[in-house]
Design a protein around this ligand. Structure first.
Ligand code: S3P
Ligand code: PEP
Length: 427
């Protein structure tokens, strides 16, 4: 047991033989939660196949159901979900720690008739939210509060129109407004003004999925997204595997000099997680993509990395863990916004890497990490799924690493410990 938290510490398995594994990943969190929102607002019944079933996506399903939307999961295969739109009413929404729930659902709730109360985990209360709540106020929505908890008092319609926001803290502010914008009376025009928007591929994902649902986003002007009022089409969605979650497994190959393959790798994708492969190659790995099988083989010794990760911030914990094992100094930049993720990831990563004898310092917008021999100890997760998987990754090659609160991986990958053990042949 960890005396400070009362939770048991998971002993990360250390690799003793060569790694050669194939890991099949469940659906993408980001694509699942967008598909569910678009299905709930559509003009007919949609199905979602390959739905990720994890804490973040189940919170989305529960919230839509609480609002009155028909949510039916197949009894034999809970990843097959049918969504039947309906008039929405009063509800209590639990956002947990999910950015996609706390930022994508308020614009949906604004289309209900009634009072929708939002809350979430204690830790979620410090995640940036006021930007989207203020934007919705500017679009004619009655909202009480500036962060969790808050209440939307909705009248069945949203006037909509133009709004200027500073989305430098999260791309999800833009995505949230766009996903519901076609259902506002005047549509929506979102302008960004401020430092660059992070995670731009996630906005591309939103635009791409809206296009699939028949909604055109005009992006003629830089940092501006325009959507005319109109219907959202029902779609039979098929969800790609989660490539950000694949990152930790492919990184295991990079860390150990072994090979890990992920099947069903999409030929083209908007998921920024796909960029893990290029980053691993920059660190010395080799990679192939053949008939949808992505295989990564690690080098004898990892090269350090200098990279701007602004577009792929959610890969940072995985990459930072590898940098702590690399041979030299790495500099990761463009990721100041990670201070508002599940936890302050820059502080958490430097504290935990240094706790194991590493050399990691925070910079204004990222991390500087010098690879060093590490020793065992307890790696703290801070309720952050990607911190937990980063600890497991270091534990693969450093003996005696215990990960506090491995269960937090259920945010996006409920069977992470089982999948990790299976990967190294320890089922
Ligand atoms: O829209 C999405 O699905 C996401 C956008 C990104 O958020 P930020 O722009 O806040 O980094 C990413 O980090 C998060 O994991 C998922
Ligand atoms: C930042 C992340 O999640 P969220 O959707 O909660 O922002 C993440 O999964 O790395």
């Amino acid at each position: 047991m960890n005396p400070t938290s009362g939770r048991s510490v998971w002993q990360a398995p250390t690799l003793t033989t060569g790694l050669d594994a194939r890991v099949d990943l469940p659906g993408s969190k980001s694509i699942t939660n967008r598909a569910l929102i678009l299905a709930a607002l559509a003009d007919g019944v949609s199905t979602v196949t390959g739905t990720l079933r994890s804490r973040d996506t189940d919170l989305m399903l529960d919230a839509l159901s609480a609002l009155g939307i028909g949510v039916d999961a197949d009894i034999d295969d809970p990843t097959r979900v049918t969504i039947t739109p309906a008039a929405m009413h009063d509800a209590d929404v639990d956002c947990g720690l999910a950015g996609t729930v706390m930022r994508f659902l308020p614009p949906v709730a604004a289309l209900a008739t009634g009072t929708v109360h939002f809350d979430g985990d204690e830790q979620a209360r410090s995640r940036p939210l006021h930007t989207i709540l203020n934007a919705l106020r500017g679009l004619g929505v009655d909202i009480d509060g500036d962060g969790l908890p808050f209440t939307v008092t909705a009248s069945g319609s949203v006037p909509g129109g133009e709004v200027t926001i500073d989305a430098s803290a999260s791309s999800q502010f833009v995505s949230g407004l766009l996903l519901s914008g076609a259902r506002f009376d005047d549509g929506v025009v979102v302008r960004h003004s401020g430092r660059p928007v992070p995670s731009m591929p996630h906005i591309e994902m939103t635009v791409d999925m809206l296009a699939t649902a028949g909604v055109v986003v005009d992006r003629t002007e830089a940092d501006t997204w325009c959507i005319a009022a109109g219907p959202i089409a029902a779609v039979d969605w098929s969800i790609e595997p989660d490539l950000s979650n694949a990152g930790a497994f492919l990184a295991a190959a990079a860390a150990t000099g072994g090979t890990v393959s992920v099947p069903r790798w999409p030929a083209s994708t908007t998921q920024p997680g796909a960029q893990i492969v290029d980053l691993l190659v920059q660190m010395g790995a080799t990679a192939t993509l053949t008939d949808g099988l992505c295989s990564v083989t690690g080098p004898a010794s990892l090269r350090p990395l200098t990279a701007d990760l602004r577009a792929v911030g959610e890969l940072t914990p995985t990459i930072a863990a590898l940098c702590a094992l690399a041979d030299g100094e790495s500099v990761l930049s463009g990721i100041g916004h990670l201070r508002g993720h599940e936890t302050d990831r820059l502080a958490a990563l430097s504290t935990e890497i240094n706790r194991l004898g590493g050399d990691c310092t925070e910079t204004a917008d990222g991390l500087r990490i010098v690879g060093r021999p590490l020793h065992g100890g307890v790696w703290h997760s801070y309720a952050d799924h990607r911190m937990a998987t980063a600890g497991a990754l270091i534990g693969l090659v450093v003996e005696g690493v215990g990960v506090d609160d491995i269960a937090t991986t259920s945010k996006t990958l409920p069977d992470f410990p089982g999948m990790w053990s299976a990967m190294i042949g320890e089922q």
